[in-house]
Design a protein around this ligand. Sequence first.
Ligand code: S3P
Length: 448
Amino acid sequence: MSHGSGPRPATARKSADLRGSIRIPGDKSISHRALMLGGLASGETRITGLLQGADVLATGRAMQAMGARIRKEADTFIVDGVGNGALLAPEAPLDFGNAGTGCRLAMGLAGVYDFETTFLGDASLGRRPMARVLEPLREMGTQVRAAAGDRLPVTLRGPKTPAPITYRVPVASAQVKSALLLAGLNAPGITTVIEPVMTRDHTERMLEAFGAALSVETDVSGVRTIRLDGRGKLTGQEIDVPGDPSSAAFPLVAALIVPGSDITITNVLMNPTRTGLILTLKEMGGDIEVIGSRQVGGEDVADLRVRHSELSGVTVPEERAASMIDEYPALAIAAAFAEGNTVMAGLDELRVKESDRLAAIAAGLKRNGVDCEEGASSLVVRGRRDGKGLGSAAGATVNTHLDHRIAMSFLIFGLASEHPVTVDDVSMVATSFPEFMHLMTSLGARIA
Ligand code: S3P
């Protein structure tokens, strides 16, 4: 994918029943972490199922720039790590493109080393707040130079000996938690991260698998205390990356809203910190059958059989937000084709994703005839099952603001609405789900 090749618009049209079986590519969160821990650990890490999206490839290049060797043999990525504590100073700035996860986690990983690292990104990443990671890194002794407040480009220089700290994560963010744990790997003693709201726990799981001395305690109110003893040895592992539930969200919602559909999505990660959307869609009346539940590489995985359903609006509990934070754009599309109101609250974090997703969703829905109300941190959508009058006969375009999930969500919308839906740019889809167009059209979706 090239950011420089100009925007590529696409249009989705009302489609007949979606049918068939598709395998979802690797989970983005796990793929980033596999390359980072593989690149850091001693010995060889073999990764199958790695997501080969632009975001993850940027992380791979960053790890190579810091000394890891990465090669591909058939479907396996083989990473030769440098050994914990032994990253090399990169000779050039690390460019993370559109990838917030890669950038923030790498800031933790490299930012506590006694060398300079500069972090760059595209226009979307350049607008995203970095203070949430920079503040705890400063507490550990890292010097920070940021061009504009806490925005990229950022240059970090770690101290001779980073201080292990105790830090309560102020926002529900797996990226902040993970950045700190990765920083803690290079600090002598115990780094403690307190997480009031549980977020995706792939970093904790993978650190344990690589041999880090890590413990997790959860109190009666659900607050998690994660302790990591730094400077231990990490040993290369075999990792099989399950399919990304955040990518599965798009065919899943598409099958629910396109009449007559019956599809199977295989190899979907079912880690409970990631399944909020499935739970919510089931509450809306979605016919989603979880089949073949199994364990892959220490994670729950299953196949999903999804059939068209008569959806009804629901109120989504705020405390569920962390387990479906990337899925609100897809949920909003399901809500547009559900009878009655769907109420979503506690969405502050959506404002600082690849775009201001709350604003982008509301604007896209309105442009396509959906009655909705955007609050400071909430969204209410009043849907209609038949999609009558929805879409844009005049060809009005949805502005995706360099956001892959906004693009995919509105293309799904256009499969069920009376009129077509056009999005201004699908080039960013390649950051997380390069196979999206191909897989959707293989099911019968009319997208071009
Ligand atoms: C991610 C954490 C979430 C999520 C992002 C991936 C991760 O971000 O939105 O797509 O892999 O840790 P926040 O930590 O900002 O919530």
